[in-house]
Design a protein around this ligand. Structure first.
Ligand code: NAP
Length: 242
């Protein structure tokens, strides 16, 4: 961590060793998990590079920072291009805090399958993990890392709708959240196409089709697609912004 007083508080709260001395933190470590903001990565790598050994695995969750950049910075800071550090890049999301995260990972040029498995095991502990090509990492950022914010807006809107049709807010929020969780669980557990599952709920001349017509009229689909496309392209711009 950067701030000493925060580090002390976190150490007490979690019962683990925490320090704001980065070189001390990584000295002798088999795995280093980098989780500073993208803009802080370059300085941090310069600081810790001398402590990184031949067998150290560096896992970075910094959005938009390519493995090639991490590798080059580490090699340069530790005295030469010959230093080939194993780097895995990961993009988790905030539901990891309750064990329901979604993480995309990709490997750098010097990381092997065993390194990917180590990273996968780390992120599987807090949800699900998918291995992708690095060219798709901005898309993972735009979909599953930004996605919880989009989902919260949909959830909040459904809850608001429940209030509009007469439900107490706490009941409406529970109905909305459990319904979204249930629908997502069915997709994950059955592997069925969402469109077929939607069709199964939609009785001819019933109430669901009237609701779907409103969604289509309001362009929900195209709006969500555009949100992910924008977030994905923004993910490609973050590294050197202050
Ligand atoms: N938020 C998300 O949903 C999400 C998802 C996927 C990936 N990420 C990535 O995760 C990273 C962290 O994001 P965040 O939202 O958690 O940021 P954050 O809340 O600002 O946390 C950054 C942490 O880095 C520490 N730090 C800053 N500069 C440091 C330095 N020079 N040396 C050591 N520690 C330093 C800070 O310590 P102090 O607390 O002492 O200041 C803080 O604990 C970013 O790269 C982001 O792209 C975020």
């Amino acid at each position: 961590m950067k701030h000493g007083e925060k580090a002390a508080g976190r150490a007490k709260q979690l019962g683990v060793a925490v320090t704001n001395d980065n070189r001390k933190a990584v000295k002798g470590a088999d795995i280093i998990l980098l989780s500073v903001k993208p803009q802080a990565v370059t300085e941090l790598l310069k600081e810790i590079a001398p402590e990184i050994g031949a067998k150290t695995l560096v896992v970075s969750v910094a959005a938009s920072v390519p493995t090639s950049y991490l590798e080059q910075q580490l090699a340069a800071a530790s005295g030469g291009e010959g230093n080939k550090v194993a780097v895995v890049r990961a993009m988790p999301n905030t539901p990891a805090a309750v064990g329901c995260g979604m993480t995309g990972i990709c490997r750098g040029a010097h990381a092997g399958p065993a390194d990917v498995e180590i990273a996968r095991t780390m992120f599987d502990a807090v949800g699900r993990t998918v291995v992708v090509d690095e060219k798709n990492m901005d898309a993972v950022t735009g979909l599953s890392a930004s996605g919880p914010a989009f989902a919260y807006i949909i959830l909040e809107s459904l809850a608001e709708a429940g209030v509009k049709v007469g439900l107490p807010r706490d009941v409406a929020t529970l109905l909305a959240a459990q319904t979204m969780k249930g629908a997502a669980s069915v997709v994950l557990e059955t592997g069925e196409h969402p469109a077929l599952l939607k069709d199964a709920v939609t009785t001819p001349a019933g109430c669901t089709i009237d609701g779907i017509l409103e969604l289509e009229d309001g362009k929900l689909r195209v709006t969500l697609i555009k949100a992910v496309v924008k977030a994905t392209s923004r993910a490609g711009e973050l590294l050197f912004e202050k």
